[in-house]
Every structure is written in structure tokens, then in C-alpha cells.
Write a protein that binds this ligand. Structure first.
Ligand code: ZN
Length: 487
């Protein structure tokens, strides 16, 4: 826990966002002013975070860098477009610096936590737990449902894709196994097997589905390829809902650009679900950075799970965690959570020509290891259309292998709506009192389904917490007035 010293009032909007993100990811809650705990100050002398007894000094430049990365400012202000109309990955600040494999902003947060713990000495200190159920990291599996019928067209496209690389024997094998699928429903079978495997290994998952009217032009452009009224789509939805997994919107190409389209698609999808969808991920990760997120927030979505690269694995916002979305035009946060996406199944085959599905898992495990080492969140995308019949022999086995590998390190495996709910709840926690070392630290928390009974102190030892309901907006957010510093 920490108090904000008066120098925090000198921060501009972006830098204050950077500070809020660092404290949130560091899991260091703000404390009420009367508590004698570490106080945070801003300095302009160099780039190092320093500390002394009872005080930690954070460089302004670090907060600016954090805001720039987590707020994806370079992408929000870029006019560059790739052939799909997307801002290319090369416009991302971390990609430009060849650092997208390292969650740099996350490491800044850990650095701030360590400095604050050292500054605490014998003062009361609290680090909140990373995830529920005593888990030290989280791994979320998500699925983009791009196609539910006419799967043989996919087989043909896939055979052509392979034949273009002059691998005619594989192309022939793909056609042959495709023919083996005729008369069956390989895509629905794949959905069923995915759900079964996930349930067996304790994974809850999130499924992003398209809505709208499929047209020939849309199918050729690989935009909306099915109607939710079709039999295969209805069966897919009911299989997912039967298992109590989450369904969210896979925003079509139009939703990336057209004002009002996010809201229209959210209403449309809600007609097929027990509740309106909480989250969205853009199909092809197609968005206008900032503008699309404003539309999502206005439509009532709680999170956007599009924050990954279409063409490489990595940490697009420099975090193995969620954060509020920064609106670079209005210079404020949106009521929308940015959910990262570190890895996607087909990236290696599409962009690097790697055809062995087991090798697709290498970047998955590298990014998962990086997230786990930081007690963070890892999110991956697996497309249910990857089956032998559609030209991806060995893909389903690779997915099973991935889940087994992830499960070994005991992550919290939750639906994204739960991940976001936990993160928002934990972010709102404020320390209300820390009377003496023999009593639990009292925190105020909003109502919610979450429980909290232990955190850790400045030395990493467990410390008991008692939770009180939040009464009024907390004064802890605003910096303290200048005056003699305590501590
Ligand atoms: Zn998609």
C-alpha cells in the first residue's frame, strides 16, 4: 500500500494514467491518508526509481513511457494501413524497438513494487494477491469462431495455400482427408472436442462469434461467413452455452469502422444469448486504434480482447495483464478494459510458413513463461476450424498438448468476463486501516463475487486482510496537499 505525495499533482493526464497502471499491475493499493505508510513522489532527475525510508521516488519519464506503451499512443496517432486496412504491427512502439516479446511496462510495475517494499521498512505494507483461488498466474483460452459451415471451401483454400509452396503431396493429402469429412460435420465435432478437453483439464473459455448477414462478397473477403440463424451456428452456440462458457462478439470488418455498428452487433448477438455479451474481439484484429474502442465503450462492452498482434506473438501493450483502455484523443481512460492476446494458433503458419502444428506452440510457451514469471495473465486464441478435414492434420492434437502444458503450472483458467471482473474489483480496493502488526489490514472493496483474506507484506510474508464495503469515493486517489512529510 502507498500514499500519493503532493508532487503527484504535477503529472499530466497521460503520466497519471501511467502511474495508475503501474500501481494496479504492481498490486500495490492506495491507502487512506491517516495511515503511516510509504509515500510516493515524482522526480525529474534521471530515469531511475529510488527509495529511502518511507518514500519512493518515481521518475516522470518512466510514467510517460508506461502511458505511451499501455495507451498504444503511437498506434492511435498513426495513419499507416496494411492491406487489411489495419495499422501495421510495425507502428507499435515495442515492435519498432524489437521489444514486443518482453512485457516492459509490466516490469516497470514490478520495479515500483520492489522499491516500495524496500522503502517500507517496518511500516505496514500490503501487496494484493494476483489472482483468485490462490493461483499465482492466469491463463485464458479463447476461440474465434470464423466459420461454422461450408467447411469444404476451407479445405480447398488450404490445399491451394500449401500447393503454392510447391508441396503437392501435402496438398493431395489435405484434399483426401477433406473428402473423408464429407457427410460429417468436422467443425461442430471440433467444437465438441475442444469443450470436452477444456472441461477435463479445468479450463473455462471464451468464444467470439460473428453476427450479421453473410454475403458472397463477405465470404470471399472472409468477413461474415455465417448467420446465427443457421443450424450449424445455433448448434455451436448451444454446445458452448450448455457448458456454461462465455460467448462474446467477434466484431466484423464493418464494426471496425462504422459508427454505431458495435452497438448494433452487440444488440444483435444479445438476441441469441441469455445476457448481452460483455466482451468483443475484432475479426482479423481489424480496428482503428482508439476510435473503435470508443465505439465499443459506447456500445456497453466491458472489455476488448483485441490487444495482440495478428502477425506475431508478443505483448502489444507491454503488459501480461489487463488495463483500462486509454483514449488518446480525449486524454482519459474509457470504461473499457484492454485484454491482451499474446498468441494465436495460425500466426506461425500464415506469416512464417511453419506447417507443423506442434511448432506453433513454441511462441505460446515462450509468452506463457514470460507471463507466469511475472504472476501475470496469458491469453491465447485457438480457432476451432483447425481440423484434419479442413487441412490442418495434427492441429487438434497440438491444442491438447498446449492445454496439458499450461495446466501443469496450475494457472487460474477463467473466462475473460471473470478475469476482467476480478481485475476491476482488485483495482478498486483501498486500504482503510492498518492499526498494528497483530491485526489484519482493513481494506475497502466494492461489492462483488470475490473474496480476499490474505495479501503479502513488505518482506513477502502473508498478512491477513479484512474486507469492508466501500462507502464513499475514496480521497486516496488525489495527491496529498504539500506539507511536512511523515514517515
Ligand atoms: Zn476472426
Amino acid at each position: 500500500m502507498i500514499r500519493l505525495g503532493h508532487t503527484v499533482s504535477t503529472l499530466d493526464a497521460e503520466s497519471r494514467f501511467g502511474l495508475d497502471v503501474l500501481l494496479d499491475v504492481a498490486r500495490v493499493p492506495l491507502a487512506h491518508r491517516e495511515i503511516d505508510c510509504v509515500q510516493l513522489h515524482i522526480h525529474d532527475h534521471g530515469a531511475e526509481t529510488t527509495h529511502e525510508a518511507g518514500q519512493v521516488h518515481v521518475p516522470r519519464s518512466l510514467l510517460r513511457e508506461t502511458a505511451s506503451l499501455v495507451g498504444f499512443l503511437r498506434e492511435q496517432h498513426s495513419d499507416a494501413r496494411d492491406r487489411h486496412g489495419r495499422v501495421p504491427s510495425s507502428e507499435n512502439e515495442l515492435v519498432a524497438r524489437h521489444l514486443e516479446q518482453i512485457p516492459i511496462a509490466h516490469d516497470h510495475a514490478i520495479g515500483l513494487r520492489l522499491a516500495s517494499q524496500r522503502a517500507a521498512g517496518d511500516r505496514p505494507f500490503l501487496v494484493l494477491p494476483p489472482w483468485p483461488e490462490g493461483r499465482s498466474w492466469a491463463a485464458a483460452i479463447s476461440h474465434d469462431v470464423d466459420i461454422v459451415d461450408t467447411w469444404f471451401a476451407l479445405t480447398l483454400v488450404r490445399a491451394l495455400e500449401v500447393a503454392r509452396g510447391h508441396d503437392f503431396s501435402t496438398a493431395a493429402r489435405i484434399l483426401w482427408s477433406g473428402l473423408g469429412g464429407v457427410g460429417r460435420d468436422p467443425l461442430l465435432d471440433s467444437v465438441r472436442r475442444i469443450l470436452e478437453t477444456e472441461s477435463r483439464l479445468g479450463f473455462d473459455s471464451t468464444w467470439f462469434v460473428l453476427t450479421g448477414r453473410p454475403t458472397l462478397r463477405g465470404r470471399i473477403r472472409k468477413d461474415v461467413t455465417y448467420s446465427l440463424d443457421s443450424r450449424p451456428a445455433r448448434e455451436t452456440l448451444s454446445k458452448i452455452l450448455d457448458r456454461r462458457q462465455e460467448i462474446a462478439l467477434h466484431g466484423s470488418f464493418a464494426s471496425a469502422e462504422l459508427p454505431g455498428e458495435q452497438a448494433r452487433q452487440r444488440r444483435d448477438l444479445a438476441r441469441y444469448l441469455p445476457n448481452a455479451p460483455c466482451g468483443v474481439r475484432q475479426h482479423f484484429i481489424k480496428m482503428r486504434p482508439g476510435a473503435t474502442q470508443r465505439e465499443m465503450a459506447a456500445a456497453g462492452f466491458e472489455y476488448d480482447a483485441s490487444f495482440g498482434f495478428p502477425d506475431r506473438a508478443g505483448f502489444r501493450l507491454g503488459l501480461a495483464d489487463c488495463s483500462p483502455v486509454w483514449d488518446g484523443t480525449a486524454r482519459t481512460t474509457l470504461p473499457l478494459e484492454a485484454v491482451p492476446m499474446m498468441w494465436m494458433d495460425r500466426t506461425s503458419s500464415k506469416y512464417s510458413g511453419v506447417e507443423d502444428p506442434r511448432r506453433w506452440l513454441d511462441p505460446a510457451m515462450v509468452t506463457a513463461d514470460a507471463a507466469r514469471a511475472r504472476e501475470g495473465l496469458w491469453v491465447g486464441i485457438w480457432h476451432p476450424y483447425l481440423t484434419s478435414a479442413t487441412g490442418f492434420p495434427g492441429a487438434e492434437e497440438a491444442f491438447q498438448e498446449l492445454l496439458h502444458a499450461l495446466a501443469q503450472d496450475r494457472p487460474w483458467c477463467a473466462r475473460l468476463t471473470d478475469v476482467v471482473s476480478w481485475r476491476r474489483w482488485r483495482r478498486a480496493i483501498r486500504v482503510a486501516s492498518a492499526a498494528d502488526p497483530d491485526h489484519p489490514i482493513s481494506v475497502e472493496a466494492p461489492e462483488g463475487p470475490w473474496r480476499l483474506d490474505t495479501g503479502s507484506d513488505a518482506r513477502g510474508n502473508p498478512v491477513a486482510i479484512s474486507v469492508l464495503p466501500s462507502l464513499a469515493p475514496s480521497e486516496s486517489e488525489s495527491p496529498e496537499p504539500p506539507g511536512p512529510t511523515r514517515g
